[in-house]
Design a protein around this ligand. Structure first.
Ligand code: BGC
Length: 252
């Protein structure tokens, strides 16, 4: 069974049909621009366009850049505030006519990396951080996801970490790779103190330039780039559909 995976980001909305058993995309990914303002109605229109592009009638998994609990959005730091309190699953179901599962975008990327990428086979504590428009986080303890951790919002020098060390800040402030890496290092030191992770996986938009900044990072934990790069969000959103249907199954 294929699942349409969609990753809603602050700048782009990306999607493709995914084979959840292999983590492979079955068709070329489509990227559409995130509307501004990114209100629920406008984003739902883009998701509808995405489903129409792939003539989709099956299940859809969506990664959303905020806290999502039981299909409802609780925070939306980088999208329109009208999202807060919206039941995203119902909204997207109405827009597409398909069954929809919505999960935090970094949690989705984490699911993909743990199953097919840099976290495969890793037990202990694995922390995935996505460095993009914001900073997303996914924490796995012995392979189990602790959802909605929102570590991009821990305070560093009196500011949310993502306001200092996201890839967007690097671009906006025209920071050199070294200068930015020092901010990332400070943040990772802080996270290491809090969690003592065994492995840190770095993903998000910045991962395509991993070599340019990873040489400046030094940590007690092992540190790796996300293997599926920017596609982890799409693949993981599809995996979230599988996970949700497993959780709904009555105990035998
Ligand atoms: C949001 C997170 C999200 C991250 C990456 C943050 O601003 O609060 O929920 O995972 O951005 O998109």
């Amino acid at each position: 069974m294929e699942i349409l995976g969609i990753d809603i980001g602050g700048t782009g909305i990306k999607g493709a049909p995914v084979n959840p058993n292999t983590g492979r995309l079955k068709k070329e990914r489509l990227r559409l621009l995130t509307p501004h303002p990114a209100t629920p109605a406008k984003v739902a229109k883009i998701v509808q366009k995405m489903a129409q592009h792939f003539a989709w009638q099956g299940a859809i998994g969506i990664g959303f850049p905020g806290v999502v609990q039981n299909g409802k959005v609780l925070t939306a730091a980088n999208l329109d505030k009208a999202w807060i309190g919206k039941h995203a699953e119902s909204l997207f179901r109405e827009a597409t006519g398909c069954a929809v599962t919505v999960i935090n975008d970094a949690d989705a990327a984490g699911l993909a990396e743990m199953r097919f990428g840099a976290g495969r086979g890793h037990s202990g504590k694995v922390l995935l951080l996505t460095l993009g428009t914001g900073i997303g986080s996914a924490l796995f303890v012995n392979g189990k996801l602790v959802s909605n951790t929102e570590f991009g919002h821990v305070q560093i020098r009196g500011k949310a970490a993502e306001r200092r060390a996201s890839d967007q800040v690097r671009v906006r402030k025209k920071l050199s790779w070294k200068k930015w890496a020092m901010r990332v290092q400070e943040y990772l030191d802080h996270m290491s103190l809090l969690l003592s992770p065994d492995l840190i996986i770095l993903g998000g938009g910045a991962v395509k330039d991993y070599k340019k900044f990873s040489k400046y990072l030094k940590l007690p934990a092992e540190i790796k780039p996300a293997e599926s790069g920017n596609l982890a969000g799409i693949v993981g959103a599809a995996l979230a559909v599988q996970a949700a249907s497993r959780n709904r199954r009555p105990p035998s």
